[in-house]
Write a protein that binds this ligand. Structure first.
Ligand code: GLV
Length: 321
């Protein structure tokens, strides 16, 4: 029997799987966010930790968990975990890839469409009783989505799922940038590899799908935003810090780009005041990429699969690194 500490709500069926396997589940989870102090109190005899991307799992915290064998992040991104510190202590780290790919790609398209076609502004106008008169040049004219040029930065699992929707569903021309060529997607979907600079210059809509690393932090900075077309839209469902949020506000205010659909922020849950003040062609959502019931259940299931595997001495299905 091992003690499993969780910082998050887990669905009952997953708690049952852990307890049926004979493990003790800590009551650490509290509605909202467990404090670091409380987590530190729970860790000394824990063998598994199930956590969220909002939990900072670093060396000093792992030092307080001498029996820990696995950290199971319930997220695909894992920049909240110091991998080197975990490795040095012989602790396995796992994440939840694949199960959230399609839901996150769906949200990308939702933000892209809402921003381009000014859905939220339209909703606001109707609710405010300010239904604009129908006219050829009415106030809420948007940007064509079908057959536009979409620039995808990072053609991994989620980027590819977005490319499929864009190329096959909307007839878009898709450019992509990234560390590696994806020749399978080039053959299947007709997407074209382009250096980032060209992608930014030529795309009508740019969408970000890279992990947050030292290399990608502020990848979309003032210069990158100035390189984009003044009519272009930026969509970010990856990580907030890939974009310099202050520079984005500036670019939107000055008209360096036309709009943005943003699901992730540099200092979540804080959102730059300037961004919140912008309504025209700016749509903001609170990190909803994987937020569907079925996807969240699948993420919880995979995290528990990972824990159960490690605790029984088997390789976990989705190790990191
Ligand atoms: C969500 O942002 C995730 O990394 O799963």
């Amino acid at each position: 029997m091992a003690k499993v500490v969780r910082t998050t709500f887990l669905f009952d069926d997953q708690l049952l799987r852990l307890s049926s396997a004979g493990h003790e589940i800590s009551p650490a989870f509290v509605e909202g966010h467990i404090s670091r102090d409380e987590l530190l109190r729970q860790l000394p005899d824990a063998e598994a930790l199930i956590c969220l991307l909002t939990d900072v799992i670093d060396g000093p915290l792992l030092d307080r968990a001498p029996r820990l064998r696995v950290v199971a992040n319930v997220a695909v991104g894992y920049e909240n975990i110091d991998l080197r510190a975990a490795r040095a202590r012989g602790i396995m780290v796992t994440n939840t890839p694949d199960v959230l790919t399609e839901a996150t790609a769906d949200l990308t398209l939702a933000l892209l469409l809402a921003t381009a076609r000014r859905v939220v502004e339209g909703d606001g106008a109707v609710r405010a009783g300010a239904f604009p008169a129908w006219g050829l040049c009415q106030p809420l004219l948007g940007t064509d989505v079908h057959r536009c040029t979409l620039g995808i930065v990072g053609l991994g699992r989620i980027g590819t799922a977005v490319a499929r929707r864009a190329a096959l569903g909307f007839g878009m021309t898709v450019l992509y940038a990234g560390r590696m060529r994806n020749t399978l997607a080039e053959d299947d979907l007709g997407v074209e590899f382009a250096p980032l600079d060209r992608l930014l210059r030529e795309s009508d809509i740019v969408t970000l799908h890279v992990p947050l690393t030292e290399e990608t932090r502020h990848m979309i900075d003032r210069d990158a935003l100035r390189t984009m077309k003044p009519t272009a839209l930026l969509i970010n469902v990856a990580r907030g810090a890939i974009v310099d949020e202050a520079a984005l506000v500036d670019a939107l205010q000055k008209g360096d780009i036309a709009g943005a659909g943003i699901d992730v922020f540099e200092r979540e849950p804080k959102v730059h005041e300037g961004l919140r003040a912008l309504h025209e062609r700016v749509v903001l959502t609170p990190h909803l990429g994987s937020a569907t019931e079925a996807t969240r259940r699948a993420m919880a299931r995979l995290a528990v699969d990972n824990v159960l595997a490690v605790l029984s001495g088997d390789p976990p299905p989705s190790p990191v690194g």
